[in-house]
Design a protein around this ligand. Sequence first.
Ligand code: ATP
Length: 356
Amino acid sequence: MATVDLKNIRKIYPGGFEAVKKVNLAIRDGALCVLVGPSGCGKSTLLRMIAGLESITEGEIAIDGRMVNELGPAERDIAMVFQNYALYPHMSVYDNMAYGLRNRRMPKPEIDKRVREVAATLELDHLLTRRPRELSGGQRQRVAMGRAIVRNPKLFLFDEPLSNLDAKLRGQMRVEIKNLQRSLGVTSVYVTHDQLEAMTLADVLVVMNAGNVEQIGAPLDIYEKPATLFVASFIGAPPMNLLPLRHGEGRAALADGTEIGGSGLSLSGEATTLGIRPENLFLVTNNDEIGGNAIFEIVIRAIEPVGAESFIYGDVGKTRLVVRVAGKTAMEPGAKIHVGAKVADLHVFDDAGIRI
Ligand code: ATP
């Protein structure tokens, strides 16, 4: 078990590109910390620095209070699970799992005991004599996990471990990884670009963009109170509606002049963008719903029924908007409707993209 502390971590690659810019992060013992962000934001670089696979340009990394900057990967007592599994193709499942323990010269009976115990936990016990090519994607992923677990490391590092699996299997493995991590209680850092995977797995979510940490927190806190426009647009599917506002004080209106109705909204002069999650918009069917809310007139462009819910795509003035409603809807494209949102559900951002 271990804590992980990153202090002012920077990475500048030899060509001069700054991939990670002064990142600070403290991960508590036993937590599953997920680094999420778009391609190129620096999350793998950060993970590889924690692993010791990449040099650190500036700053300090401590595992369990001990500075590890100068230690090689083998000396950090970590185990890594990769996207491509990195299994030895010519070895059986058993030998793949035993490999790291043999290298450490663990006595044979002890290796045998550990491999069989972990294989049973992961339901791999009937596959121990197979080669990786004789396994399904999900089974290979489980062997990669098993190989990490048998070593009983202080820290697990996962680099997009599920991205080679199909959507259904990814969902199943996500639940398995979460349960396994909980029951083992080993501190873990997990990298993904998939915001849904990040939301469902994380105890602590770290949202990264262009080498910076944009926000750190519990997934639902981040969902409910995104600190920046970037986080607001990255976390949530379909993404939050972002409406540009008219500058200056006065009646609330969008940048194109479209008035925002209702009596609930008063905006500060610094507000430049209004954010509304699709599920926070409701259809206004009578005048009682107008008081205390923000109201928008929209023209419906398309409706997507997906079974339990429908997405209504429309335009408010010149801005696209999506509304998520339960069940089916009888409305048709071309229709003009009113939708509302409680003022408490609105997100307001300033010119610099910071939440007000
Ligand atoms: P992805 O999800 O695509 O893997 P990522 O967020 O993990 O993206 P990194 O792999 O950490 O991103 O890369 C961050 C940035 O650093 C990218 O712009 C990448 O091009 C750059 N980069 C990565 N490795 C090197 C390298 N060895 N030399 C120079 N630049 C690099």
